[in-house]
Design a binder for this molecule. Structure first.
Ligand SMILES: Nc1ncnc2c1ncn2[C@@H]1O[C@H](COP(=O)(O)OP(=O)(O)OP(=O)(O)O)[C@@H](O)[C@H]1O
Ligand SMILES: [Mg+2]
Length: 360
């Protein structure tokens, strides 16, 4: 049977190693151990979800710790494997540095999240680069085309070990919404224009509160179960209002854009009788998806330029975040809105035209 590191080193050395590797913390310790165990054959992770970015595993057959999920971010990891597959040593080193730098930025933004939303909303999480065994089965789940070599290798991956959240569908409401321009969304131009002014510009444009609500619910279908729950449960309503206010403040003050497009990236869950905000996956790994990107896009548009693919994609994400937050404000019935100066004087048609190259 494989020994874990604590057993190999003995108590004293293990204590010293731990202290040099991570800040001692009662929260992080079990998470750290979980990663160590991920590498052992005894703790074969079981795939429980595959989203647009992560493979999410639970560690089955484990004695301890039970309460974590392990996420492999395949978008960030694939370039590393590509470099391995080519045998390009320089590129491999560059990719490792890229991962380290991005994780540092990710952790800085996670600390900001905690500052604004509290530790209970941000699940305890360690994000790190760890070598994981790469076999053809996992490669297939990533994107098999990446590999030309069928050998099993060990290579660095972007891994997060995160506190498991009970996401019982009966007690969970996802506070997320999908890109209005997405091909699967195919919304009428008339609704797009209305939704743009109410949700992107935060301008009611003469619509009554009821009309605003209809526009928000029609545009953001993922949020359409919220009104019934608000009516049923005043505590849910007040938590939703508080969340919308906190999101407006966070975006206005930090300029950090939250990823509110994936199901359950941000949720309200009922636990022990009360409603709690949880943010299991709200941070982009790319920190240039930020308000400043929107500002430079707006400048280019004003100069009559078209956006290149990279900048258009960032704005595609940013506009969705602004719209979801304003939809939450409209639905929860608060007067505050997220108003971004740069979005006030650019018409919806211009965005739609620029997003043609990126929509998915
Ligand atoms: N901490 C957690 N506890 C329990 N389940 C989780 C946790 N984090 C994620 N999951 C499950 O895994 C799914 C995907 O997680 P995550 O959002 O991190 O991945 P993703 O690839 O970004 O997915 P998406 O593209 O849908 O946002 C979630 O919808 C949820 O069901
Ligand atoms: Mg997600």
């Amino acid at each position: 049977m494989r020994q874990n590191r604590a057993e190999i080193l003995g108590p004293q050395e293990w204590k010293e190693e731990r202290e040099t590797r991570i800040p001692p913390s009662t929260v992080n310790e079990p998470l750290y151990q979980a990663v160590d165990k991920l590498l052992g054959p005894k703790y074969q992770p079981q795939l429980v979800a595959r989203g647009g970015e992560h493979l999410v595993f639970e560690l089955r057959d484990q004695v301890w710790p039970r309460n974590v999920v392990v996420k492999v971010n395949f978008n960030e990891t694939l370039p590393v494997y590509k470099a391995y597959d080519k045998g390009d040593k320089v590129k491999i080193e560059m990719e490792k540095i890229r991962l380290d730098e991005k994780i540092k930025s990710y952790n800085r933004r996670k600390a900001k999240l905690k500052e604004y939303f509290g530790s209970s909303a941000v699940p305890a999480q360690l994000t790190m680069v760890r070598e994981i065994p790469m076999n053809p089965e996992i490669a297939g789940k990533l994107r098999s085309a990446v590999f030309t070599d069928s050998r099993t290798i060990k290579a660095p991956a972007w891994i997060s070990v995160q506190r498991r959240i009970e996401l019982d569908p009966e007690k969970t409401f996802s506070l997320t919404g999908y890109y209005l321009e997405a091909i699967s969304n195919a919304i009428e131009p008339e609704l797009y224009d209305k939704a743009h002014s109410v949700l992107s510009q935060g301008d009611n444009n003469g619509y009554s509160p009821e009309e605003e609500l209809d526009i928000a619910l029609e545009a953001m279908e993922d949020l359409d179960e919220l009104p019934a729950q608000m009516e049923l449960d005043p505590e849910f309503k007040s938590k939703l209002q508080e969340t919308a206010r906190d999101l407006i403040k966070f975006e206005g003050e930090t300029g950090i854009i939250l990823d509110l497009a994936g199901n359950n990236n941000m949720v309200l869950v009922q636990e022990k009788g009360g409603w709690h905000l949880k943010m299991p996956d709200v941070l982009f790994t790319d920190d240039s998806i930020a308000m400043h990107s929107l500002k430079s896009a707006a400048e280019r548009i004003r100069r009559g330029e078209e956006l290149d693919f990279g900048l258009a994609l960032k704005c595609y994400y940013i506009l969705n975040t602004v719209r979801v937050i304003n939809a939450l404000a409209v639905i929860s019935g608060i007067p505050e809105r997220l108003r971004i100066k740069e979005l006030q004087d650019i018409d919806p048609e211009t965005w739609r035209k620029n997003f043609k190259q990126v929509r998915f």
